[in-house]
Ligand binder design. Sequence first.
Ligand code: A3P
Length: 290
Amino acid sequence: SIMMSQSDVYMDYHGVLLPKRGYDAKSLNYFESFQVQDDDIFVITYPKSGTTWMQEILPLVLSGGDLTPVLTLQSYERVPWLEEGRAAQVVAKMSAPRPFISHMPYHLMPATFFSSKAKVIYVTRNPKDVVVSHFYFHQMASFLHDPGTFEEFTDGFLAGNVMFGKWTDHVKSWKNPDLGNRILYITYEEMIQDLRGIIGRILCFLNRQLSEDALNRVIEQCQFKTMKQNKMSNYSMVAPEIMNGSKSPFLRKGIVGDWKNHFSPELEAKFNAFISEELKGTSITFPWNE
Ligand code: A3P
């Protein structure tokens, strides 16, 4: 059953599920005791919301448009997940300012994060497209539970029985006024609509600049079709026993609104009602119906 396979593939970390492959006591201890520096930059995402895209954009913003990092290093070697097993050896080779990814909810961040001035870029995506993207990811990634039907998977997603827990808990946790102007909120939908504008906001947030030439180069490199060809970003180098791109490619469709091809009207109504209830009393809104 799904429950049995879930306990096989995940562990419970303070109430959120983490895949046993990639995360363990050692990596989580490293994460918890990490010494965050003031000039560190965290991209925070709920899985399937634009992580890989930001792992392309941020190194290019920091390199001034030099493509070397994205052509020579795997995405997790240029912007590592801080909570994941490989972080320690990647961090050892990084120089400031260090860009990191984390999928953790706010309250589980390392203690030194809260006392630091490290900046955060929080990327969200319409949860209906997140669940679709995640459903296909579960089909190709052997370290995640068998998703079953789309409807079954969506029920588990809403309940938080997926890696990194409930989507609504994640977005609520990061909508925290304590972060003040340390955090920049962007959406996947805005990145699709106006990547130039979004990179402009990131540059401004990080007090950086790119020449017009460099900006054009970065935008070209970060197009879905370019990234899909980039072996350093498309996960094609990962063994098929772990990620099987012939079942579903990691860089799958890269569009807004694929949920319309997957949700029945009943499922959509249930999904919307659940999410609105969970977000009641918050200021969080999304372009739900695009
Ligand atoms: P789809 O499955 O809908 O195609 P993450 O990196 O957080 O795991 O998210 C993966 C999703 O982001 C996938 O969505 C992937 O195709 C999409 N994505 C990655 N790079 C992108 C890009 N340059 N443009 C548009 N979508 C991109």
